[in-house]
Design a binder for this molecule. Structure first.
Ligand code: PHE
Length: 339
């Protein structure tokens, strides 16, 4: 019998493994529920009484040996794996690099900035969580304006009011408070409105607002600047028109329309058969707003405009549903690989 013990001890000691399957076969033979050492324990019954003690001791030793060895084999495999991670096999073929692409909204924002940088605008940013002053009051919003209602705006706190900004005009207030004219700045960023999500509206979208304050800035400057912008952003033959409108912070105010990029004026469902699509709002900065920011309206004047980056992007690429921008569907995003 002692030869059998020796044999098994030898087998355990010399066992080596280089993968999980080999480790498992060791486990089944020496550790698992019906292992070979267990069989020896079962044979105890037939061993003569005077040999029982020595037999039992030997089987126990074998059992301990098997267990120690098992731990050793596990440790060996683990450190081997760690080593392989530290020293990858450099002879293996390379894994393909998957390059992503610029999101269409980012492409439009970048193009926007490029166009305006060339005519002297810089880029400014501000917080997405705004106080009432920067989002509403300084912008000349009357006390009972609907945008100040819970249904239109996401309020974080009431009295004093803290809300998610509804436009990046709030950034323009911050710039005017901190800088002296001349000011030429673009404020891109996320804005939030309490709206139901559909193909044409979302509770989060991106805006690009622009502000120009200097001596003798007139509505002619506003028109010429935006005309230049649409020709650069869309095509050279894009037409622009201004429709009288109302915003609390500009006077006079105008809605900006461009000739439909889809049907080029023939009439389609994007332009609702009018040949024109609205791309944003604009106007001459209201003297009250300048005063609120410590700028003398007798000395300075300026214009401002605001557009939705989503809207511009949809027109640029003929995208029909706003929700595609945030669905993260690679089939949609791949179409912009060349941007
Ligand atoms: N802030 C306006 C909006 O979000 C857009 C706008 C900006 C209109 C500047 C006029 C002038 O709707």
């Amino acid at each position: 019998m002692s030869d059998r013990f020796k044999e098994l001890a030898e087998e355990i000691k010399s066992f080596s493994v280089s993968n999980d399957e080999q480790l498992e076969s060791y486990r089944l033979r020496f550790i698992g529920r019906k292992n070979i050492i267990g069989d020896l324990f079962a044979q105890m019954r037939d061993v003569p009484n005077e040999e029982k003690k020595a037999f039992g001791q030997s089987v126990n030793e074998l059992k301990n040996l098997a267990q120690e060895k098992f731990q050793e084999l596990i440790n060996g495999l683990n450190s081997r794996e760690a080593e392989e991670e530290d020293h990858p096999d450099l002879t293996l073929p390379p894994v393909d690099n998957e390059f992503g692409s610029i999101h269409p909204l980012t492409a439009t924002r970048q193009r926007f900035i490029q166009i305006f940088e060339r005519i002297g605008f810089n880029v400014s940013s501000g917080p997405e969580i705004e106080d009432d002053w920067h989002n509403f009051t300084a912008l000349n919003f009357p006390e009972n304006h609907p945008a100040r209602e819970m249904q239109d705006t996401f309020f974080i706190e009431k009295n004093p009011d803290i809300a998610l900004r509804t436009h990046t005009s709030s950034v323009q207030i911050r710039v005017m408070e901190n800088e002296k004219p001349p000011i030429r700045t673009l404020s891109p960023g996320r804005v939030f409105r309490n709206e139901a999500i559909s193909a044409r509206a979302h509770c989060v979208f991106h805006q690009m607002e622009g502000l120009y304050i200097d001596k003798n800035v007139s509505f002619a400057d506003l028109k010429q600047t935006l005309y230049h912008f649409v020709k650069e952003m869309f095509t050279k033959d894009t037409k622009i028109r201004f429709r009288p409108s109302y915003f609390p912070f500009t006077e006079p105010s105008a809605e900006i329309d461009i000739s439909c990029q889809i049907c080029h004026g023939d009439g389609c469902n994007i332009c609702k058969y009018t040949g024109w699509v609205e791309i944003g709002g604009s106007g001459m900065v209201d003297p009250n707003v300048l005063k609120n920011c410590g700028i003398d309206p007798e000395e300075y004047s300026g214009f401002a405009f605001g557009m939705g980056i989503e809207r511009i992007t949809m027109l640029r690429y003929g995208i029909k549903d706003l929700r595609l921008f945030t669905e993260n569907d690679v089939r949609f995003l791949k179409q912009f690989n060349s941007l």
